[in-house]
Design a protein around this ligand. Sequence first.
Ligand code: ATP
Length: 312
Amino acid sequence: MLAVVPTPVTVRAPAKVNLHLAVGDLRADGYHDLTTLFQSLSLTDEVTVAVADEAGLDVRGEGAESVPTDSSNLVWKAVRALAAHVGRDPDEPKLRITINKGIPVAGGMAGGSADAAATLVALAHLWRLEMGRDELATVAAELGSDVPFVLQGGLALGTGRGEQLVPVLSRHTYHWVIALDSGGLSTPEVYRELDRLRADGNPPRVGAVEPVLEALASGDPNQLALLLGNDLQAAAVSLRPGLRRTLRAGVNAGALAGIVSGSGPTCAFLCSDGDAAVRVAAELSGAGVCRTVRVAQGPVAGARVITGDDAA
Ligand code: ATP
């Protein structure tokens, strides 16, 4: 009898922007405590996992050439972590994985984390695992501090290294313009630069998170714009001084506020509505301060199956 080959599963997972990112001092174990508000965005990666005769990874789309296809890719780490969690052989049956990138690579938008989260959801489907989202989230946390959030999506308050999440209810949609830089920034390097800036002086720190939560509850983007804050921004700008010009250009183009996304160098501009975002994007793309621009909105759903058997 012929073995039944399962239908390939495609999962879409979102990028994130940190509306508020408070970074604590360097801990003895080398990590920093974070208090952060994540919002998922409609910039997405799609990961397809198929059973195949030969294992392999193909990466296409935005910045694909700078993504490793060997075992260091987070999708393979996700395969190994989930297989270990459920006691399966990660190499049998062989898997062919395709990543379609819409999230900038090394842009501070959790692109690799989105691919890891998407792979977990795809495998749970392909392997027909009876696993709830909470159990999947524990495996996600082993893979990186942003992975649980992109798995969950929406809006959430993150503490610890950002992986301890409390969902935040939101009935409002926010409109963004995302400015992609020509290169990436390494997240560990940006943290090291922040430690250096703090050792040299006392760069300003973001305030408390509660007013940001109140602004989100109001749904007024003008109120939220005044409170966007990121402790990593000074470090990202110090490493990439041109970002100052990008941030200014977005506000001059009509955005309510601009912020470096996570560790950068992507900049995110909050706009008053969808039409304003289209206008800001058009003007910013003509300003010559960034490689390209995208319009996005958030919050959106977390990693979810879009094609495969019983796609939800
Ligand atoms: P974060 O915001 O979570 O700190 P980031 O968005 O700045 O991350 P990523 O796009 O996740 O950065 O990429 C960081 C590095 O991880 C890349 O330079 C690349 O070498 C490596 N990497 C491993 N797997 C992937 C993947 N699937 N997609 C993108 N990069 C990956």
